[in-house]
Design a protein around this ligand. Structure first.
Ligand SMILES: C[S@@+](CC[C@H](N)C(=O)[O-])C[C@H]1O[C@@H](n2cnc3c(N)ncnc32)[C@H](O)[C@@H]1O
Length: 177
């Protein structure tokens, strides 16, 4: 474990409630669309929270694809599991972690990392893990409204593991070097 503790349960509940309102006004599907997810692919939603983007991505990948929804907070994992069961979705797999995912090398087609990294001290650990599991010519799709454009690009490319491929509105798509 190389990161600070997850937020309190109360904070997590409050955040989940806020995301319900956010998602009502701004469909998660619109954001996920910019990550270039296709039917049948494997996606990691890192820092999935209550799963807004995991479930949108699950609709796109369909039953032949898989969504790995990873979060440090046990409530996030419980919430995503419960919702997946309710919806009868078998292609969402949760991972409770603060960095390492346990996924195979070069096994993931798209990583989405939305609104997560600003809060993580050891960004290097996470980015190395992303680089390990991501296939070549695949995408790390990134957004963080707490970071400006320079911070985003500098942080993701600092270790020479990723290069910026395109920017779609506020979504930055990187590929592995
Ligand atoms: C602001 S929320 C964003 C949730 C989701 N990506 C969204 O935009 O709806 C940040 C999430 O990152 C998770 N998180 C924070 N540090 C983490 C870490 N080191 N590893 C995995 N998840 C982490 C938090 O528990 C929280 O659910």
């Amino acid at each position: 474990m190389c990161h600070k503790k997850s937020q309190s349960n109360l904070d997590f509940r409050f955040m989940s409630f806020f995301f319900k309102i956010r998602d009502f006004f701004k469909s998660p599907m619109k954001k996920v669309d910019k990550a270039e997810i296709k039917s049948g692919v494997f996606v990691l939603d890192y820092g999935c929270g209550p799963g807004s983007y995991s479930f949108a991505a699950a609709e796109i990948v369909g039953p032949s694809g898989k969504i790995f929804a990873a979060d440090i907070h046990p409530f996030a994992i419980k919430k995503v599991n419960r919702k997946a069961m309710k919806k009868g979705l078998e292609n969402i797999i949760t991972i409770e972690t603060d960095c390492k995912t346990g996924l195979d090398d070069n096994s993931i087609d798209v990583i989405i990392c939305f609104d997560v990294l600003h809060n993580i001290e050891d960004k290097e650990c996470i980015l190395k893990e992303f680089h390990r599991i991501l296939k070549l010519n695949s995408r790390l799709s990134f957004d963080d409204h707490h970071m400006n454009e320079n911070e985003i690009i500098e942080t993701i490319t600092a270790q020479g593991l990723f290069k910026l491929v395109e920017k779609k509105e506020k979504i930055y798509n990187f590929s592995k070097i």
